[in-house]
Design a protein. Structure first.
Length: 276
């Protein structure tokens, strides 16, 4: 058995932290000498102390560490470490996105305009026979999983798709979360469109759009925001048009066929109505 000072020197953990772990119920002394009152620790407690230190250094809170220790299962520890790893990676990605926004803001203040310019054209869009999947998703970046789901549904039900796809965003405003999106995959051949919806899937005919304002966005998806700002300027100059109906988006080149985000190509479409 070791006194608390000896245990501290051997484990390289301060007496202050050992007392704190005891107070928080993480690691109590093996025994307390009834005559002297000394806190006594045993070598058998070192593995538990090591787990506490590893978890603390990995960013776990005291309550989380206590729950993990109670499980007594090393697999649970590994699962929690994996969860913490993914959480930290998510925070890093969010911070990196924030750095990019700071760079964009700096350029805006320094140069007074965006580097990218977008050509906007108005064209007529016909009606399409599509396999549709409409869901509310956490955010715009969660769309990829839905495309996989739609593809699997088509294969399972022997629905043959042409390869043309687009997304329709039904919200009347920009949403940071809970985005109402409809994925549309154009059918290779026309089938009976019953209009029935099963778990969000349906075969339907989309509405034709006589006047659709369209622009191409080259590069990473974060460039899309600049394209919408350009739409605002275009509408200001072309006052004979006003927005009418949900926006559409077509990703001509994306993560599935391009390794570099700089090579992505996205088409933004906004239905227009002429003001008479």
């Amino acid at each position: 058995m070791f006194r608390i000072g000896e245990f501290s020197r051997l484990t390289q953990v301060s007496v202050r932290m050992l007392r704190y772990y005891d107070k928080m119920g993480l690691l109590a002394p093996a025994e307390i000498d009834s005559w002297s009152g000394y806190r006594m620790y045993s070598a058998a407690q070192i593995p538990v102390l090591n787990k506490i230190v590893y978890l603390r250094d990995s960013g776990f809170q005291v309550a989380e560490i206590a729950d993990i220790l109670k499980s007594g299962n090393d697999n649970t520890v590994v699962e929690q470490l994996d969860r913490k790893y993914m959480e930290i990676m998510g925070n890093i990605e969010a911070e990196q996105a924030q750095l990019k926004r700071i760079e964009t803001a700096k350029n805006q203040f320094l140069f007074g305009k965006d580097e990218l310019h977008y050509q906007i054209a108005v064209k007529s869009i016909p009606a399409y026979h599509v396999l549709s999947l409409r869901r509310v998703i956490p955010d715009y970046y969660a769309e990829g999983g839905l495309w996989e789901e739609l593809s699997a549904f088509a294969v399972m039900n022997r629905i043959y798709l042409s390869g043309e796809t687009f997304s329709i965003y039904h919200d009347n405003e920009y949403k940071e979360e809970n985005v109402d999106v409809e994925l549309c995959a154009v059918l290779k051949k026309v089938v009976d469109l019953t209009g029935q919806t099963v778990d969000g899937f349906s075969l339907r005919l989309t509405e034709p759009v006589p006047a659709m304002a369209c622009t191409m966005v080259y590069g990473k998806f974060s460039n899309i925001a600049g394209a919408y700002l350009n739409f605002a300027q275009w509408l200001q100059k072309n006052s004979r048009y006003k927005m009418s109906g949900p926006n559409r988006q077509i990703v001509h080149r994306g993560p599935w066929n391009e390794e570099c985000p700089q090579s992505y190509l996205t088409e933004i479409q906004i239905p227009m109505k002429k003001i008479t």
